[in-house]
Design a protein around this ligand. Sequence first.
Ligand SMILES: [Zn+2]
Ligand SMILES: [Zn+2]
Length: 397
Amino acid sequence: MKGVILDARKEPRSGYQLSEFERTTGKAVTGSSVWRHPKMKVESVPEPGIGPDEVLIKVKYCGVCGSDVHFYETDKDGYMLYPGLTKFPTITGHEFAGEVVDVGNNVKDVKRGTYVTVEEMIWCGHCVPCRNGFPNHCTNLEEIGFTINGAFANYIAAGAKYCWPVDAILECYSDFEQAMQAAAWCEPTSVAYNAMFPRAGGFAPGAYVVVFGAGPIGLACIALAQAAGASKILAFEVSDVRRKLAEKMGAQYVFNPLDFLSAQAGNKNGHSVRSTILEVTKGEGADMLIEAAGVMSHTIPEMEASLAINGKIVIIGRAAAKVPMYLENLQVRRSQVFGSQGHSGDAIFPSVIRLMASGRIDMTKAVTSVRNLEETPDAVANLSKNRADGKIMIKVS
Ligand SMILES: [Zn+2]
Ligand SMILES: [Zn+2]
């Protein structure tokens, strides 16, 4: 079969000491400090075998994630931009759906012929965080497409306990291809859902919600905010294409933050991001502000200055950087900040599947191109160049 393999040279930056864990597992905890000169190529690879608790999935669609782009992109010293847990060489791709074509001997709950989507976080179930109910913080975590082989390939083996049937989504869409694209959206949509609801505790219907960054995760946040009854949704996004998608997904107030940077230099009547949020919310501020842009040094100062009383800042974007905060706000505005990672547990996948199956959210509206498996490296390179797509779906079969 064919697979999209990412490989890189392991050359820890001077001053980065590989830990005992990193030496024994071969994983890098801070990928951006370890992996150099990454290369993404389509190669012929053996079909995966399955263990007794695993199923073999024939991949139908796999979405291109911002992380896939960050694997490919490097800084001036040639280090990969992606800052998280990684091990290479690995087949990438983790936002997927497909058909179960074989099941291991111990598998009871997943049947051959079932269409499924799969969690990307491979939590062990027996470490202390897992036993305490925090699978997204598993100390033995593997991640599909990051540390173990992913779904930019014809087949993938996955533990049955990470699979979720998507028949309900298939029933909702009359078009099978579109339904399977929606199913491939479950993973990133679950990341957004986890951050907004289980982690941050959600908001009451009628709330004002602001989303920074309208990449796929930001777009999922907008769709979820609308489904959950936000009365005003604001989005800030630099790309023209993505601003249009933000509107399509349900944001009524969409802005290009770069307009305000020039505003500081005296254009746009002295408006700023924060003053715009305060204007749209009639001075009350936003009840939930979501960071899905990964540029906290720009977004945090705007978010903390436009918080409603009891407002929430939710961090989903990734940036390995320190950003100062004016903590007085957390007291005076009775406000809070939540960091979020992952999508497992808390009925997240089944809830997202229900939302898609009910037609309350339709993430397929944000698919801007469909490419085949061979075109994956090219699609990633283009996305890196222009960041102008919503979701690129790789049609594997
Ligand atoms: Zn992803
Ligand atoms: Zn665990």
